[in-house]
Design a protein. Sequence first.
Length: 118
Amino acid sequence: MCADDCVCPDGSAFRGETDEFDPPIVMLAGAVDADATAAWCAQVRALLLGGHRSIWCDVRGLSGRAAAAVEAVARIQLTARRSGGRVRVLCADDRLLAVFELAGLTDLWSIAEHGPPR
């Protein structure tokens, strides 16, 4: 599942369509719980097993506690690394970025503030 056109919180836009040269974008949306996290991990694992090495996770649709979102993204990153890939976080809001920084996790994955590079 990849994003359509999206506008990040800073107002920058990018095309969410992917092809063999662009990493897929997984949309993380809604309340974060164990079932949602497991589903996102399975989605990332399937994409990596399908040949992708890098996955973008668009987190702007997440709701609820920022700490739960950080835990979900950390689990997704762990799943990706175990499958030989990596995750990049896309469109994180200031609240989520602050929790990433407070927890000392900003070095564990790439965080894009302006969308994927083209």
